[in-house]
Ligand binder design. Sequence first.
Ligand SMILES: [Zn+2]
Length: 232
Amino acid sequence: MFRYFYFSDKQTSFSQGVGFFYKEFLYDDYAVLNTENSIFRINRCDNAVQIQKEKETAYVFVSKDYLSFTSEDTSFVSNKKWLAEEAKDINDYFRGKVIFPSKMFVIYANIPRSFHISPYVIFVNSIKDMIHEFNHYTFGYYIKDGVSDTWAEILCETNTLLYLKKKYPMLYESELELKSIGFYPQEYGSKVMDFYKKFNCEEIKIFSFEKALIDSQKKMNDKVFYSLLGSE
Ligand SMILES: [Zn+2]
């Protein structure tokens, strides 16, 4: 018996259940499958762009030719041209600052919330979310977080702000506004603003704090994060 979580373009949210010797999953363009016990093996992995190796990750399948747009430096592939094009600027901006995977799969989907299927796949519904989810490769995967930790969200949101400030000033201003008026849950709003202001909103200071984390932490919880932040 195996337990699974499943998501595909045929449904609007994750479903879960148990399977026995055989189970059929249907999808048109993409599907995500997380199986809890590693004894279970998928025999046929046609169209898999990611194979689940650890419990926290998942298999991701996309139909042939679905991700038909590639970024200039070939490190991102996407089902949308505008996302693949944005990837070049994201690469240019974050290179040397956060950790880059060799390949990242960016799937645009009409979903209420974006998410990262670590390590290599992100599901997004906007450019802003693409920046956030891309940063989760470093903050959440390269440096692991715990389920109840918020530090990774704070850093991904902060890096998103820095990128928006450089490239989309109008969007940046409205994000600052939304974060300040309590529009988001704290880890996407007020906690981000506290962190951002502590460094005077200066990217050099923020990236150097993050670099120190990247160089020293493999797994981090909020307690460690705030104690390191306190000594800044
Ligand atoms: Zn996040």
